[in-house]
Design a binder for this molecule. Structure first.
Ligand SMILES: CC(C)(COP(=O)(O)OP(=O)(O)OC[C@H]1O[C@@H](n2cnc3c(N)ncnc32)[C@H](O)[C@@H]1OP(=O)(O)O)[C@@H](O)C(=O)NCCC(=O)NCCS
Length: 188
């Protein structure tokens, strides 16, 4: 089964080889990479290996990240990606990640894509809990999570060593029943 979701403005689908140039462009943008786990420059070889791995993943596998491309329905452009990883030690919990190319920020795309992803995680594969973490200075990230209903559960101070030194992190969590309550409200 291929993972494929529609939202109002997006196709959320597996990566394909034709995504490479757009993917390298936003992965190499310092604004998009600032709080992320990869270092710059992000090479063509890494991009090719990433796409080769992701275009062949069609179902979640415990302990492995599954990253999906966000394609604009209007233009066909690749505008970012969303990802999740089901925890090694609990098949009903997952971590999520997300990146939107800089030119598409603050147009609601992360909220739209993550709403579809959370519907899939909570409703289609019946997860109990989804978590995410972000740098405390990554305002766009934690505002997006809070808009989706995630609860800030921890503030770790200078907990993560990066190239810029120690940074602080917020950890967020959302339960299936909380998502369902929010969805019921959304639909009425
Ligand atoms: C974080 C990120 C995905 C947000 O994407 P986006 O498409 O701009 O988010 P949305 O448009 O859906 O915005 C969701 C909410 O966050 C707010 N927001 C988003 N970016 C913001 C920013 N830079 N500053 C302040 N608020 C911001 C929006 O205003 C919106 O809230 P509102 O509806 O109450 O106004 C995007 O900035 C990004 O890709 N950043 C780089 C990668 C990254 O850091 N990913 C997260 C790693 S943990």
């Amino acid at each position: 089964m291929t993972l494929f979701f529609h939202t109002q403005r997006l196709l959320i689908r597996n990566f394909t080889a034709s995504d490479l140039e757009a993917f390298l462009a936003y992965r190499n943008d310092p604004a998009a990479a600032k709080y992320q786990g990869w270092s710059l420059p992000y090479s063509r070889e890494l991009g090719e290996a990433f796409i080769a791995e992701m275009e062949d993943v069609h179902a979640p596998k415990q302990g492995k990240w599954l990253q999906l491309a966000l394609e604009s329905k209007e233009t066909g452009a690749l505008i970012g990606d969303v990802a999740f990883c089901i925890k090694d030690d609990d098949v009903r919990q997952a971590v999520i990640g997300f990146t939107i190319a800089h030119e598409y920020w603050q147009k609601g795309f992360a909220t739209e894509a993550l709403t579809a992803l959370l519907d899939y995680l909570f409703e289609d594969i019946d997860l109990h809990r989804v978590v995410a973490d972000c740098d405390t200075e990554n305002i766009g990230s934690w505002k997006t999570l809070e808009k989706l209903g995630f609860r800030r559960e921890a503030h770790f101070v200078e907990s993560l060593l990066t190239v810029e030194g120690y940074t602080s992190e917020y950890h967020y969590g959302l339960l299936q029943r909380e998502w369902r309550a929010k969805a019921a409200f959304r639909n009425c």
